[in-house]
Design a protein around this ligand. Structure first.
Ligand SMILES: CC(C)(COP(=O)(O)OP(=O)(O)OC[C@H]1O[C@@H](n2cnc3c(N)ncnc32)[C@H](O)[C@@H]1OP(=O)(O)O)[C@@H](O)C(=O)NCCC(=O)NCCS
Length: 382
């Protein structure tokens, strides 16, 4: 889920929490401590929204999805509201200041239990805010805070590539530039806007999409999900997606026989890329590697390893718990390669499903991860 969508979920339950709290305690004749006015729904909404329609929409949504409610966020919402707009009961009800304890009681929790839920929700929210705030950064700010520019270049130490097709003399350079970019910037670099290629069209998003198709179509096609171009493009355009795009240094373009595509609408300066997202997965803060694809002519030069080093560096500097990725089980080469980089099957990876009659069905993909702060991973570091 993107940070915008998760934030909406948080807002929904917090708003629901305040609403329910006020409704349930209306008989107390509540008034605001600083001005003696009763709390209104508008006041509640002003805490979370600029737009009243959005608040109405979220309340309706909350009402129809109560089964998914996480009570701790509901409690946090009401407690936070009380902290910002202190309320007391009316004079006739004793003029008593309402506290978090009243919130816990409203939601049927004893004090210790309520305090625990409140603390858990606050902790979860602060962790989420970290992800959201990082995703709001511009590329230059992100680079300044979490990367160092020397990671955005790579020098091939020499020799020939895995395929034997690439050598320093062939294209005249052994150095690569890596550009960090957002999905929005990719789409903006629409046809003919960029400078590196002499080809008529330069849509980088289109190029990256075609590179995925070029290296991995067979794995998608053989899987249960199949190749779904529309879905893939949607995912690529996700607002929190970031790209590390590898090109030959000095604006060089590979000779035509070492290009991964002969299609003239490609940006031929692109020889590979990695896409990732700073996100939450099952409540853990993670850097999720969505794609890594190298042109076959440039494999085995250490570029994939370098891109992983960069993304894991980002994961550590942003204080994510782990880096994660999904791989088709049919992609044995990539699975071996990930294992060589220290990735192991994650606990959330789908388990075989037992059918009636004892047969079990295995998923055709697995989720791998690597803890970024765990000393026990040292043995796997390369
Ligand atoms: C997987 C992939 C990204 C690797 O990138 P790469 O640039 O070729 O890899 P590197 O040159 O950085 O590999 C570096 C190291 O991995 C080792 N290696 C290479 N291929 C390997 C393999 N199949 N299994 C295990 N180790 C491998 C190299 O010997 C080298 O080892 P070292 O670090 O000890 O020196 C690349 O092969 C690729 O694009 N594959 C097709 C697309 C794909 O399947 N992507 C994954 C989608 S989930």
């Amino acid at each position: 889920m993107t940070s915008a969508a998760t934030e909406r979920e948080f807002k929904k339950w917090r708003l629901w929490g305040v609403n329910k709290f006020l409704e349930a305690n209306a008989a107390l004749g509540m008034e605001q401590v600083d001005n003696g006015r009763p709390p209104t729904l508008d006041l509640v909404q002003s805490r979370y929204f600029k737009d009243k329609d959005e608040a109405d929409e979220l309340l309706t949504e909350a009402r129809s999805s109560l089964r998914e409610m996480e009570l701790k966020h509901v409690i946090l919402g009401a407690c936070d509201f009380l902290d910002i707009f202190p309320l007391r009961t009316s004079e006739e009800n004793g003029n008593v200041l309402l506290t978090h304890r009243n919130v816990y009681r409203t939601f049927g929790k004893k004090e210790a239990q309520g305090m625990r839920l409140y603390a858990e929700a606050r902790h979860a929210y602060l962790r989420f805010r970290r992800v959201r705030d990082i995703n709001k950064l511009s590329i230059s700010q992100f680079t300044e805070d979490y990367l160092s520019t020397n990671l955005l270049m790579y020098e091939y130490p020499g020799g020939s590539s895995e395929q034997g097709l690439f050598s320093t003399t062939e294209v005249g350079v052994s150095a690569f530039d890596i550009k960090l970019t957002t999905s929005a910037d990719l789409s903006d670099q629409a046809d003919g806007e960029t400078t590196k290629s002499t080809e008529p069209s330069n849509n980088v998003l289109h190029t990256l999409f075609e590179l995925i198709k070029h290296t991995s179509y067979k794995h998608y096609d053989a899987s249960n999900q199949g190749w779904d171009a529309e879905n893939k493009l949607e995912e690529m355009k996700d607002e929190d997606m970031r790209y590390l795009i590898v090109r030959l240094a000095h604006d060089a373009v590979p000779e035509s026989d070492t290009r991964w595509s002969k299609d003239s609408s490609m940006d031929h300066s692109v020889v590979g890329f990695l896409s990732f997202m700073i996100t939450q997965e099952e409540k853990e803060n993670v850097v999720y590697i969505y794609e890594i694809h190298m042109s076959e002519h440039f494999r085995g030069c250490g570029l994939g390893r370098h891109l992983f080093n960069v993304v894991e560096h980002v994961g550590r500097t942003t204080a994510m718990d782990k880096s994660m990725l999904t791989v088709f089980k049919s992609n044995t080469r990539a699975r071996n390669w990930y294992a060589s980089r220290g990735y192991e099957v994650d606990e959330i990876s789908p388990k075989p499903r037992k059918l009636r009659g004892g047969r079990s069905i295995e998923s055709d993909y697995e989720i791998l991860s690597k803890h970024l702060h765990d000393k026990s991973n040292k043995k796997n570091k390369h």
